[in-house]
Ligand binder design. Structure first.
Ligand code: GLN
Length: 441
């Protein structure tokens, strides 16, 4: 009830939830109460969860932050959502996000931006902006977000909450409206590491619906107590001085905890974003071809023929950033440029993967600030997409490689805006990463 009250008080100004399932959640809560009394409640009994608008929930709308999915209702639930329901979590509503997850500030949502609860003149971060602010403002305990290139961790950092991106292949993508299929992952945003861990344990694991899930998950490895930071990141010119200072404090803290913390070289910093944006635009241009006005959501009025139906539906339905990405992706996949861009980016992806995993053979974690700056003012970056993309520099590595990443709060700057600290580790070593995250937060 406290969460619904927070929503009533703050959602009009913050715009975190696009829809609140007030009645349904209340009914669900009563049922769970009865189950609790009977001793038959699930492991998440009563946990109040919000879900990003990219996740399907049977009988409910999912718009992916886009006009093109106007009035779309899903006939099934995403595996992750279903598993939460099966353990008696309460789904309280669907949360605002950048259209199809494409953005870093939530300003690319067709339903308006999300305001940061720390200061509403600032953005929430994106693309899971509504999910982060909902947790930050106490509108729910946990949110399910998605992270293709930082979309869980970045808004978590901007909002001072915890964001976990699991290993690629650990959580089923079934029922997640696809952005870039070889990068997308579903994960929790929470106020406590323990809640993130609890939710991950429920949503992870095999599911016949997603063939990219790993069937053999390696066991937890004992730690070496060695931690690396990438020198080019820790010294990056874009780093806000207060973030740099707070990061150095974290490093000292880790040393006090008995860790060896060392700088390592990573020669591909300048290749991270181009690789990410070539591959994700390529994959998204293909994934978004299914929105044609025939099968789902919006359909243009009175088209004269099929071609016009496609064209006008897509022109009317997709926002400017999504159209930009479709054009970029179509270009890098076109016959003349495929080898120069797409194949090249795949090769560089492999180099980045090999180098990152080789660092993680010697070290338990790679640490960094989650973002180089605190939240931007609303509108500050919207006119310059390149500036916007640069904000993803520290987060995309985990997705390019497929490894897990965790953002935990690292205090606030002098303007009162939250800062985030990021841990990355080897595939499937989430438990170890959450342990350290818990120790530090
Ligand atoms: N900002 C990145 C992008 O626009 C990240 C998106 C995401 O993780 N969904 O692609």
């Amino acid at each position: 009830a406290g969460h619904l009250q927070q929503i009533r008080t703050h959602n009009t100004s913050l715009n975190a939830f696009l829809e609140v399932y007030e009645e349904e959640a209340t009914t669900q809560a009563a049922l769970i109460d009865a189950k609790l009394k009977a001793g038959s409640a699930g492991k998440l009994a009563g946990l109040v969860v919000g879900i990003k608008d990219l996740l399907c929930y049977e009988g409910h709308h999912s718009y992916a932050g886009s006009k093109i999915l106007n009035s779309f209702k899903s006939t099934f639930s995403a595996t992750a959502v279903q598993r939460l329901l099966d353990e008696d979590a309460i789904i309280i509503g669907r949360q605002n996000c950048d259209e199809f997850g494409m953005g870093s500030t939530n300003e690319n949502s067709a339903f308006g931006p999300v305001m940061n609860f720390a200061n509403p003149a600032y953005v929430a971060g994106g693309s899971s902006g509504g999910s982060a602010v909902a947790v930050q403002a106490g509108m729910c305990q946990v949110s399910l977000g998605t992270d293709t290139g930082g979309s869980i961790r970045m808004p978590a950092a901007f909002c001072g909450v915890i964001g976990l991106k699991p290993t690629y292949g650990l959580v089923s993508r079934w029922g997640l409206i696809a952005y870039a299929s070889s990068f997308d992952s579903i994960g929790p945003i929470a106020n406590y590491v323990s809640d993130a861990r609890l939710v991950l344990d429920i949503i992870k694991g095999e599911d016949g619906q997603d063939s990219t899930l790993s069937s053999k998950v390696p066991a937890a490895t004992p730690g070496t107590k060695r931690i690396a930071y990438i020198k080019e990141v820790a010294e990056h010119p874009s780093l806000q001085p207060e973030i740099k200072a707070a990061f150095e404090v974290q490093v000292e803290k880790l040393k006090v905890l008995g860790y060896t913390v060392e700088g390592v070289d990573f020669p591909y910093i300048d290749q991270l974003l181009p690789t990410y944006y070539v591959l994700t635009t390529a994959e998204s241009s293909s994934n978004l071809s299914r929105f044609d006005g025939v099968k789902f959501g919006h359909r243009t009025a009175n088209p004269v023929d099929l071609m016009q139906l496609y064209k006008r539906t897509r022109q009317e339905g997709f926002g400017a950033e999504v159209q930009r990405r479709i054009m970029l992706g179509t270009f890098v996949l076109s016959a003349d440029y495929y080898d120069a861009y797409y194949t090249k980016a795949q090769k560089v992806r492999r180099l980045i993967q090999d180098k990152t995993l080789s660092i993680l053979l010697d070290y338990d974690f790679i640490i960094s600030p989650t973002t180089s700056s605190t939240a931007y003012r609303l509108g500050e970056k919207t006119l310059d997409p390149i500036q916007m993309y640069l904000g993803d520099l520290f987060t995309v590595q985990a997705n390019v490689v497929g490894i897990p990443g965790l953002s935990i709060p690292m205090g606030s700057d002098s303007a009162g805006l939250p800062m985030g600290f990021q841990l990355m580790t080897s595939p499937f070593q989430e438990a170890k990463m959450l342990d350290l995250g818990e120790l530090l937060s």
